[in-house]
Design a protein around this ligand. Sequence first.
Ligand SMILES: Nc1ncnc2c1ncn2[C@@H]1O[C@H](COP(=O)(O)OP(=O)(O)OP(=O)(O)O)[C@@H](O)[C@H]1O
Ligand SMILES: [Zn+2]
Length: 811
Amino acid sequence: MLMYAIVYVERIYRDEPFRLSMPEGLKTTIQPGCQVLLNLARHKASAYTGYVWSLEKAGEGDIEGEVLDLLNSGVPVLTPVMLKLALWIADYYAALPIDCLSTTLPAPLRSTVDDVVELAGFQLESPELRVKSTGLRRSILKALATEKRLTVRQLRKRLGRRELYSAIAELERAGLVNVRKSFVETKPRTVTTWKLAKTLPDEPEKLIARSPKKREAFELLASRPEQLFRAGEGGISRTVFSGLVTLGLAEKIETAAPSGESLRFDEPQKEIHSLSPHQQQALDALTKALYEQQFRTFLLHGVTGSGKTLVYIELLRRVLAEGKTAIVLVPEISLTPQTAARFRHYFGDDIQIMHSAMSDREKYDAWQRLRQGKARIALGARSTIFAPLENVGAIIVDEEHDAAYKQDRTPRYHARDTAVMRAMFENALCVLGSATPSFESYRNALEGKYTLLELPERIDNARMPSIELVWMPGSQRVTPSISGALYDAIRERLKRDEQVILLQNRRGFAGSLLCLDCGHTPQCRHCNIPLVYHASDRSLRCHYCGHIEPFRQTCPACKSENLFYKSSGTERIEEELGELFPEEKILRMDIDTTSTKDAHASMLTAFREKRARILLGTQMVAKGLDFPEVTLVGVLMADIGLNLPDFRAAERIYSLLMQVAGRAGRSSMPGEVLLQLYNRDNELFQHVIRADYRHFFEAEMATRRELAYPPFTRLIKFECSSPSEAVAEKGAVALRKHLRPLVPEAFGTILGPAPAGISKIKGRYRSQLIIKLTGIKLSAALLRQVQYETLSAFRGENLVITVDVDPQHLL
Ligand SMILES: Nc1ncnc2c1ncn2[C@@H]1O[C@H](COP(=O)(O)OP(=O)(O)OP(=O)(O)O)[C@@H](O)[C@H]1O
Ligand SMILES: [Zn+2]
């Protein structure tokens, strides 16, 4: 019987799959979605892995190599839907199919040569009884009998043969050998912890009498002398712990980081007796669609605190009751431990939570649990859309407007749009939820492509918070960054023993230095963006590439000592708050204080238990937090980022401000929001005060239409980068020439070449082109062909071209 496998091959950068022959023995077991080991006629040197796209009985075309073996014990690693989805991504985002296929799989699954094979138990005496003994099987067993365990790579070497997988799988099925993944942890991960010093100086209290923070930290350590505490735990920072060490009150200990899927945040869940009428209506519509078993997309537009999560949970229960599975996407799992805790509470072992802190082994185990149906709901960030579930009934995308859903490396897929496509292939329903939907989704809903469901009110008659603007240049200030109005409002809350959340948006180049004499601002020499001052170790850091320089008191250009810390970061605000409220403990939540795995969760616990009443942080404090006693939200610089050269700037700021405002007044106590700003003329803030999404949407859409920006057009961004500025630019010019004939005047325009907003990153200059398309779509094949043609003229010049379809940032 003639039969060929059509296979996409790893590490071979070609658009088309390969046509391969295969040995008789595999013909009955091979299926689409199988991972295979193969030889290519043109690349004799090594064996490759690949994924079977389809099988053909006959047909035209050359035979380009042969399948040697089936991997993963012959069990397909990709379902038919996943194959289709990966190819859709390749086509829509103009990426290589093989890149898209491998993106859907966890890394450890893709490499099998390090799998460990060992003899099972004591059955060696008569292996022939259990499996037809071939020469190959015998030699495998023989090699193992002397060595006990070998990796597949080692076995290949010993036996001088590559195609061992089928034989090993046979032996495994017969119970003669065990095969397991080996996981090489690059380095043993450790965490820094602190505990009470073994011997304390006399009268330790005296040493810390004047520092409430140290006193509190010391009391915490003393209350549990044997316990190891991490930075952030109990709301105590690394700096405070180190201070105790210096005084001889604490000692520092490095311990191995615990593994296991521990996002340690947990909280008691309140009993909910019934859904609100709006929740019920939304749920009814979703349930009806679920029972109809037809693909449909819903946009759940619910104001902050309207109970969207409960609607998801009730829907998921019904999905499971139907015997189906589900996927829930959240923008960044480690930033939403409260949400994760709620889902875990309802679904226990039925839910598999995926997060970025998982080790390779944990990722692999999670993948297997889902593939084998041991967990029926997958919850996690962007890549969870590729969860290996079958029979999917619903896909939920929470905070669907969030830019974190767009992957910023190849393939540059948008997880929300990919979710809609997967739901379509699965015949499932897709629910996109947000308080401030993306313009793309809202427009789709208004045009009837999606079904709009609204939750216009908060739960339990809680009112939406009142929002006020404080124009800083015209206001009295108590510190450089805190107005009298905000100060009074905070003081009042503390007096009433309520809680406060403060947001310092760090995006938009905050925290850089300015010399007041010569105007110099130190820049990263690799990235051309201002370096940011970090008080904790007095350094200047680049937030793009991580470059660090020591901070010096004098201007590097003119030696003046008159330096100004342009726009304060969170650390600066923390200091100012410390002066204003010396007795008050302040939780600071930003990238520096949450770098250890559980720091974030333990800070939230401290806040929930009211061990602190002020929570200060970056964007992290804006998402999803649900604390009933927060009655005041303050934003220190609400207009930061408004001047970024990006047409979505207003949409982003609007949604950030609405999200953070939504943390206030979520229970019976009314909430108040103060937005400090420096630039009050922008119309955006009038929309923010009214908090009327529809109104904002309509006004902003008028501008988008006028300037022909999405959702009225589709953008494709090309970036040409090179260590040489001239090459980057010449590349873009050449690319433009190739693109011109593909984009007829009537259907689009090409903008650029122009330096990207950040013209140099990690030592490479970037020049970009933006195509605006109206009404037509350019095929992926064409786009890539144009890339190849351009590149071929720049051989050896280190030019890289990337394509970003539907870019989220134009920087
Ligand atoms: N039917 C209900 N009865 C009582 N409490 C409810 C009900 N539904 C939700 N809640 C509670 O209301 C609060 C807000 O709900 P939830 O966090 O789901 O809102 P949300 O719409 O996701 O808000 P956000 O967009 O601000 O994150 C939560 O504390 C939740 O437990
Ligand atoms: Zn840099």
